[in-house]
Design a protein around this ligand. Structure first.
Ligand code: SAH
Length: 345
């Protein structure tokens, strides 16, 4: 199994095309040609952690820190709902103060209220206690996305400072808590990291299958000048190859887990203007347009050269809609787009 995966992960040319086609067929037969929207709200870049790869790590003093107010977030959700978004994803740096926990809770409750329970809510706010996860779930949050980043404990150690807050086991335990609470659980990895091998990536795929995730958000690693990992930039695959590797990961995951939700992530778009569309063709079925207010987008800089659209949300959606129809897909407006894998379970 591992060897087959490693082999597929190194596919190129015609072989790669065949892999994408197979994944497209599996997708069509299992989740169809509807693409669901999650309006991505980068709510805050304040972070207590110091991960070596991430531009919003607490030691990066060149960052302007911000946090949207409850009212600002609710306003964004109201607008997204009116535009036809069935779901939003709220992402933040990792903070676990009482006030942060209760702010998220209020946002979840209020969003459900103003949309008469119609909006689906994904949270992506890092590692929290089971009690916090439960509190947010009981307020109405539907899904939680916590990337394992890599399933290799060794590689994980290379990417994080030493300490309990960065233990791979704790991250796994957090995923278990989320499952126990019965969220739709998503995880994912960074692809093309320094020191990462195709064997690591194959094991990542098997890991996601084994813990039986409902959704996945994974994308290429992209270097950020103000981070410790930047010094290994010469070890990285060229950008176009990194993108293709990311697409092959998506295709293989679709073949392994035919009815989960797989996001076409922003990092793919950073490497190629059409990266997101190519991911949909390779098996992804979720798009996450960034609906964070323009004035803050540049400060949520996980990596360098993050694409910042200068169009308004409405125009961006029109463009995506056209791109999707060109490739025989339709956007599922006003549809939460819950994971079929979860519903079937
Ligand atoms: N703090 C939250 C979510 C915010 S970061 C959490 O820990 O889950 C969201 C994701 O961005 C991370 O999980 C990581 O996989 C990704 N990311 C961070 N830095 C990156 C980089 N340099 N290149 C690509 N992805 C990155």
């Amino acid at each position: 199994m591992i060897n087959d995966l490693i082999n597929d992960l190194s596919a190129s040319g015609e072989e790669q095309k065949a892999l994408f086609n197979k994944a497209a067929e599996v997708k069509l037969n299992n989740v169809g040609n509807i693409v669901y929207l999650r309006g991505l709200i980068e709510m805050s870049n304040i972070c207590e952690k110091d991960c070596y790869y991430c531009g919003i790590r607490k030691s990066n003093k060149n960052n302007i820190r911000y946090s949207l107010t409850l009212e600002e977030v609710i306003d964004l959700i109201r607008k997204a709902h009116n535009l036809g978004y069935g779901s939003v994803a709220i992402q933040t740096g990792e903070v676990s103060t009482k006030s942060f926990i209760s702010k998220i809770e209020k946002i979840v409750r209020e969003s459900k209220k103003i949309t008469k329970n119609q909006i689906g809510i994904t949270l992506s706010c890092g590692e929290q206690t089971e009690e916090t996860y439960l509190r947010w779930f009981e307020s109405g949050a539907d899904r939680y996305l916590l990337r394992i980043e890599t399933s290799s404990e060794d590689l994980y150690k290379k990417l994080h400072p030493y300490g309990n807050a960065y233990s791979h086991i704790n991250r796994l335990k957090a995923l278990e808590s989320l499952k126990r609470i019965n969220y739709q659980v998503g995880t994912g990895v960074m692809i093309g990291l320094p020191f990462q091998t195709l064997e690591d990536l194959s094991k990542d795929l098997l890991f996601m299958k084994e813990i039986d995730i409902d959704m996945c958000g994974m994308g290429p690693y992209i270097e950020h000048t103000q981070t410790p990992l930047y010094k290994y930039k010469d070890m990285l695959l060229p950008r176009s190859e990194r993108l293709d590797l990311g697409l092959r990961m998506i295709a293989l995951l679709r073949i392994l887990m035919n009815d989960i939700n797989i996001a076409s992530t922003t990092a793919l778009q950073t490497l190629d203007k059409y990266g997101r569309v190519r991911a949909i063709l390779a098996g992804a079925n979720v798009l996450m347009p960034n609906i964070t207010p323009d004035k803050h987008k540049k400060d949520y800089n996980l990596y360098d050269n993050k694409p910042i659209s200068n169009r308004n949300n409405e125009d961006e959606l029109t463009e995506l809609d056209q791109q999707m129809s060109l490739i025989g897909h339709k956007i599922g407006y006003f549809n939460q787009g819950n994971s079929m894998h979860y519903t079937a379970r």
